[in-house]
Ligand binder design. Structure first.
Ligand SMILES: NC(=O)c1ccc[n+]([C@@H]2O[C@H](COP(=O)([O-])OP(=O)(O)OC[C@H]3O[C@@H](n4cnc5c(N)ncnc54)[C@H](O)[C@@H]3O)[C@@H](O)[C@H]2O)c1
Length: 327
C-alpha cells in the first residue's frame, strides 16, 4: 500500500487519481489545512498531522504501507521569508518525523516532492541535476535540507528515496475531476484564470525588464499528470531494487509570463486584466529544466508538453469550478 502524504492537495490529488486508475492500493494522510476533502474523489483518508509523531506511528501501525509519497509542505516562497520557523517546522521537522516513523515501521521506499527552488539563481539553463544548489529562500532551503537528510537515512537505514525536483507544476486532470485550488493562489496560470473570471481584479506581471525576449520571467511548466506519471515510474524503479536517485522534472521548454497570458487569452477567448509591477526579489529571469536523466533512467516522457494543452486543462476545471472546491 502506498501512503500519499498530502494527497488532498493539488499535486497529491492528481497523483491519487492516477493511482486509482493504475489499481494501486493507497491511503491519503493529510490534515486538510490546505487540501480539500472533495479532491480525494474516493481515495481513502487518514486525517493526521506530520508534526504529531503519534499520528504517523498510528497510520503505520494500522495499515500495511510499503511505500510513501510525500507531498505535504507549506509552499509559498514569499511567506517562507517572513515566517521561516513555520516552514522549517513543517517541511523539515515534519519530514524527519515521517522518516523516523518509516524506519520504526520498516518502510524503505519514499518518493519526495522537491523543487527547482533548491538551485537558487541559475548559473546555466537548462538546469541539470548537478547544477550547484544555492536556495535563496527558507522554502527552497527546507527542501534541500530534506534531500540531504534522505542521503543520511539511506546510508544508515537503507531507506531508498527518489527526489523529484519539480519546476512549475501546472494544468489539471484532463477528465476534469480534480484541479488546482490554492488559497491564496500564488501560481501564475490559475491566478490568470481567476482574473479572467473576475475572481481577482487583475493579474500582476512582476518585472518587465528582465534579460529575456519580452522582458518577463521565463518558467518551465510541466503538466500535473506528467508529474504524477513520473512518480509511478519512480515507485517502479525502487520496487525493482533501484538505488536512491534525484531527478529534475520539467518539460524542457520555457515560456514567459506574457506568453502564458497570451495563451490563456487564446484558449479562453477573452482579454486578461493585467497590471505591470516591479520585479519581486529573488525571482530569477529563467528557470528551465533538463529532464534528460528522468527520460534515460525512468523512461519518463511528458505526454502534454504544450502550454496550450496545460492551459486548456486548467481552464476546463476552473470554468466548471469558478469558486474552487466547495464552491
Ligand atoms: N505546485 C508546484 O508548482 C510545486 C513545485 C515544486 C514543488 N512542489 C512541492 O510539491 C508538493 C505539493 O505541492 P502542492 O501544490 O500540491 O501543495 P498543496 O498545498 O496543494 O498540498 C499540500 C497538502 O499537504 C497537506 N499538508 C501540509 N502540511 C501538512 C501536515 N503537517 N500534515 C498533514 N498534511 C499536511 C495540505 O493540507 C495539502 O493537502 C509540496 O511539497 C511542494 O513543495 C510544488
Amino acid at each position: 500500500m502506498i501512503l500519499v502524504v498530502g494527497g488532498a492537495g493539488y499535486i497529491g490529488s492528481h497523483m491519487c487519481k492516477l493511482l486509482r486508475e493504475a489499481g494501486e492500493e493507497h491511503l491519503v494522510f493529510d490534515n486538510l489545512e490546505q487540501g480539500h476533502r472533495e479532491a480525494l474523489q474516493g481515495s481513502p483518508l487518514f486525517e493526521g498531522d506530520l508534526r504529531r509523531p503519534e499520528d504517523l506511528t498510528e497510520v503505520f501501525r494500522r495499515h500495511p504501507i510499503d511505500t510513501v509519497m510525500h507531498f505535504a509542505a507549506y509552499i509559498a516562497v514569499g511567506e517562507s521569508v517572513q515566517h521561516p520557523g513555520k516552514y522549517y517546522r513543517n517541511n523539515v521537522t515534519g519530514v524527519l518525523n515521517l522518516l523516523e516513523a518509516m524506519v520504526e515501521a520498516g518502510v524503505k521506499r519514499l518518493i519526495f516532492s522537491s523543487t527547482a527552488a533548491i538551485f537558487g539563481d541559475p548559473r546555466y539553463v537548462p538546469i541539470d541535476e548537478d547544477h550547484p544548489k544555492a536556495p535563496t529562500s527558507p522554502y527552497g532551503d527546507s527542501k534541500w535540507a530534506v534531500e540531504r537528510m534522505l542521503e543520511a537515512f539511506d546510508r544508515a537505514h537503507g531507506l531508498r528515496s527518489v527526489c523529484l525536483r519539480y519546476f512549475n507544476a501546472s494544468g489539471a486532470d484532463p477528465d476534469g475531476l480534480v484541479g488546482e485550488d490554492h488559497r491564496p493562489e500564488t501560481h501564475l496560470i490559475p491566478a490568470v484564470l481567476l482574473a479572467v473570471l473576475g475572481k481577482a481584479p487583475q493579474v500582476r506581471i512582476f518585472g518587465t525588464d528582465y534579460d529575456t525576449p519580452d522582458g518577463t520571467c521565463i518558467r518551465d511548466y510541466i503538466h500535473i499528470m506528467d508529474l504524477a506519471e513520473a512518480h509511478l515510474l519512480a515507485v517502479r524503479h525502487l520496487r525493482e531494487g533501484g538505488a536512491s536517485e534525484r531527478f529534475n522534472l520539467g518539460n524542457g521548454k520555457g515560456y514567459s509570463v506574457r506568453e502564458v497570458i497570451e495563451t490563456v487569452e487564446r484558449v479562453v477567448g477573452r482579454e486578461v486584466p493585467k497590471e505591470e509591477a516591479p520585479r519581486r526579489p529573488g525571482d530569477p529571469a529563467r528557470l528551465v529544466a533538463s529532464s534528460a536523466k528522468a527520460e534515460r533512467v525512468l523512461g519518463w516522457k511528458p505526454r502534454y508538453p504544450e502550454l496550450e494543452t496545460i492551459v486548456r486543462h486548467a481552464w476546463n476545471w476552473r470554468r466548471a469550478h469558478p469558486d474552487g472546491y466547495g464552491g
